[in-house]
Ligand binder design. Structure first.
Ligand SMILES: [Fe+2]
Length: 271
């Protein structure tokens, strides 16, 4: 899981342990203003990023009321470099979505839309782990891959057709555009994998798919969902949940939801 912080020492420690540097996007600066802040890792963003001192970085970090989202370890235990600078207002109290759903737990028996999507995220993560433990080409591997592809197809369809249009507001529009772009990338890799994975060893592509999915999950859970909780009332989120559940049932009734994925790789879904 990712953590959100505004603590200078924690940020500096995480970045330096990974050989990173504070930086800004070169083209965005104006006099007296560094522009968009970023973390640079050697070799990345060459020419686009310009290193700056920590003092300057934190001066603008605080002035622009930013928060730092980071992940310690990726799935599988590798040190993660995933990080993102976001507005503190966007992540609520500066602690990401950790509180989401807490107050309502036990009060309403039905899950709301965010709870459904979050539990699907956990399920997909688990499926990736199970699949990585199987021998490529084995019967179990094929079964797990088909289940994972169906789960990803269902998840992106209910988000694109029900959740995203239902939570589209001025405040969420940018995040939603980003989300459908990410879905498109996931679908493209998934479509390739559907041709190669069942028989061959496609661990590289599978890892790419897991990475893309993970990034999308982190962004939704730390940015989009907290924002949606602020904007929509509990009954609106339960109504979306009802419609999402109905659509999922319909997709699964029709057969293999993954079959549609190769037809959806041209452009991002409209929202
Ligand atoms: Fe999602």
């Amino acid at each position: 899981m990712a953590t959100t912080t505004t603590d200078h020492e924690a940020i500096r420690k995480w970045v330096e342990e990974r050989g990173g540097h504070p930086a800004r996007v070169d083209a965005t600066g104006r006099s007296g203003n560094p522009g968009v802040l970023r973390i640079e890792f050697s070799g990345e963003g060459k020419g686009k990023l310009k290193r700056i001192e920590w003092d300057e970085f934190f001066q603008w970090f605080d002035r622009d009321q930013l928060a730092f989202i980071y992940q310690d370890r990726a799935r599988g235990g590798r040190p993660s470099r995933f990080n993102k600078l976001v507005s503190r207002a966007r992540v609520g109290d500066g602690h990401g979505g950790q509180k989401q759903g807490g107050a309502k737990r036990g009060a309403a028996p039905a899950q709301d839309a965010i709870e459904i999507l979050t539990s699907q995220h956990r399920m997909v993560e688990e499926m990736f782990e199970q699949l990585e433990a199987e021998r490529p080409g084995s019967a179990e591997y094929r079964r797990l891959f088909a289940d994972l592809a169906d789960a990803l197809a269902v998840h992106s369809t209910i988000e694109e057709q029900v959740f995203y249009p239902g939570v589209k507001r001025e405040e969420t529009e940018g995040l939603l555009e980003n989300s459908v772009e990410e879905h498109l990338e996931v679908k493209r890799v998934l479509a390739t994998l559907m041709e190669t994975a069942p028989d061959g060893d496609a661990r590289g592509e599978l890892e790419e798919l897991a990475g893309l999915t993970e990034e999308h999950v982190l962004e939704e859970e730390h940015e989009l969902f907290p924002q949606v909780r602020k904007l929509l009332a509990a009954d609106e989120l339960r109504d979306l949940a009802r419609r999402m559940t109905e659509l999922e049932a319909e997709l699964r009734r029709e057969g293999e939801p993954r079959a549609e994925v190769p037809n959806e790789t041209d452009e991002p879904a409209p929202i």
